[in-house]
Design a protein around this ligand. Structure first.
Ligand code: GAP
Length: 514
């Protein structure tokens, strides 16, 4: 646990040191759970967004984009159920005065049991060596089975109490499990209460006539209210999708774990409108398609898993998360939700306008069902960044810090380094910079010895360095250095663009999603 915490602290400080993420308004001591993206961070974020957009919109003839406003008519949130049901169950510790999400306290307790299972597995793997069969061990080891039973029972009870809104039982569960305030150890808890997560604001100049609004807590509703606009003007035929990226806001009470849970964050959502009755098939399709998108980035199959929901949101008939192994354990990265016709039907009811689709094949109108894929851009950023950050021991016994961001997402693709700051090398290096900048994000760096510059670019996540030396002036070749292998090759300047483009091109990576 301490090792995980240390690793996570390194992630946070590295993100700041290399211009990826700063605490918001830091000169005023920051604002809790709000962050700003720096010069490198903004590029990484843009590349993740583009990688998603290409995979969802550009690669699908029947998916189009949208950019709806953050402000929406307040009735939207009445219809969607957010005014009445977008709540978190909260509990306060009477001694420490700290506030927690009751369900998260229980889930963290379950994660501790899960960590015990992992420990048993690791122990056994060491003991049995190559003969170890993890699946068989998990299915037969009495201790593991007991732990799993315990976990299942806790999660089942939590799910059913939340479903029934039985908050007294959630408190009873916390007490029975002996869960203490993680910061102080106190077990002196208040009752559990519900708390709405939407931020309110006002539209209009005068206090009397101002209209109460909410900052949108999800981008999805902007898609639902525009469903017919897009369908009619785009002459879309079911099944078709509408994709959107944009800010969402939630007054998260327990906003911690850096950019994992923020108050202002960005979502990348896609609503796929389908014929009622086909939702099961599309649910499976999108679960698989979205996992393939993640795997295409090569961050390790073992770092992902599905988590099927037992407790379903008010709008869903099936839901699963794609979880990622963050430095603090497996947690939700993306949700795939079968939302039925809940949203469109509710908007029809509250607006009095028909939101139906005329199906020419069936010769009848119906309210489509919706399959949603929803991923947090910031959370994806954290997945990429935390997985990429590695301390590596080199053959000569020294260590290097390397940020192995997949080249396709790296903020800067290549750094141009003149070996020395004289003899015409900077001028030659500038020429290469001016040529490559048309196609990719390039850095120019001439300060310090070249070895130190390599290390700096490794730590900043730049996949390639180009070194211009005296030989360059003689035969128009340079050294191309690869961040991950540290391999160096001598290449002609005229081949640089093709060599690098091949490895950073989105097409090359996206083809793995097929
Ligand atoms: N439209 C469905 C929806 O919003 P959700 O599970 O509440 O579903 C979807 O959110 C995704 O948005 C999550 O999987 C997560 O990646 C991201 N997300 C949600 N709350 C977040 C927060 N407070 N900070 C950062 N990302 C968040």
């Amino acid at each position: 646990m301490a090792k995980q915490e240390d690793q996570f602290k390194k992630v946070i400080s590295h993100a700041k040191e290399y211009g990826y993420i700063f605490p918001s308004s830091e000169i005023y001591d920051g604002l809790s759970a709000v962050y700003d993206y720096g010069q490198k961070g903004v590029e990484l974020k843009k590349n993740i967004r583009e990688y998603w957009w290409k995979a969802m919109v550009q690669m699908h003839e029947n998916i189009v984009g949208l950019d709806a406003a953050i402000f929406m008519h307040p009735t939207t949130w009445k219809a969607s159920g957010h005014v009445d049901a977008f709540n978190d169950p909260l509990i306060d510790n009477k001694d420490s005065k700290k506030r927690y999400r009751a369900d998260v306290l229980v889930e963290d307790h379950v994660a501790k049991i899960e960590a015990k299972i992992e420990k048993e597995v690791n122990k056994a793997a060491k003991r049995f060596g190559d003969a170890f069969d993890k699946e068989q061990f998990m299915a037969t080891n009495p201790r593991v089975l007991r732990y799993r039973e315990e976990m299942d029972a806790i999660l089942k009870r939590l799910g059913s109490s939340l479903e029934k809104e039985d908050l007294a039982d959630v408190k009873a569960l916390i007490e029975e499990l002996g869960i203490a305030d993680p910061e102080t150890g106190s077990k002196n808890w208040t009752d559990v209460k519900q708390f709405n997560l939407m931020f309110g604001t006002k539209l209009g100049a005068s206090a009397d006539s101002a209209m109460d609004l909410y900052l949108r807590p999800e981008t999805a509703q902007g898609i639902f209210v525009n469903f017919l606009n897009v369908q009619k003007t785009g002459r879309m035929k079911i099944p078709f999708g509408i994709a959107q990226t944009g800010k969402a806001f939630r007054n998260e009470i327990v906003a911690r774990q850096f950019i994992f849970r923020m108050r202002e964050f960005e979502q990348m959502e896609m609503q796929y409108f389908i014929k009622p009755g086909t939702q099961k098939e599309w649910y499976e399709y999108w679960k698989e398609a979205r996992l393939k998108w993640h795997l295409s980035l090569g961050m390790g199959e073992d770092n992902y898993r599905y988590h099927d929901h037992e407790k379903l949101a008010h709008y869903a008939d099936a839901a699963a998360d794609i979880e990622f192994k963050f430095p603090f354990g497996f947690k939700e990265l993306e949700g795939i939700h079968s939302r039925t016709d809940f949203d469109l039907a509710k908007h029809e009811e509250f607006s009095g306008k028909k939101l139906q689709y005329f199906d020419p094949e069936e010769n009848k109108s119906y309210t489509p069902y919706v399959l949603e894929t929803s991923i947090g851009l910031d959370r994806m950023f954290l997945a990429v960044f935390s997985k990429a950050l590695q301390e590596e021991e080199l053959e000569n016994g020294s260590t290097r810090t390397v940020l192995r961001i997949p080249a396709v997402l790296a903020p800067t693709k290549v750094a141009i380094l003149p070996l020395v700051k004289k003899d015409g090398l900077p001028e030659e290096a500038r020429k290469i910079f001016d040529e490559l900048k048309w196609d990719m994000q390039v850095d120019y760096d001439e300060k310090d010895a070249v070895g130190r510059r390599y290390r700096r670019q490794d730590a900043a996540g730049t996949p390639f360095c180009i070194t211009v030396d005296h030989e360059t002036l003689e035969n128009d070749t340079v050294t191309l250095r690869h961040r991950d292998s540290m391999e160096q090759q001598r290449v002609a300047i005229k081949d640089l663009k093709d060599l690098i483009s091949k490895e950073v091109d989105m097409r090359y990576w996206l083809e793995k999603c097929k």
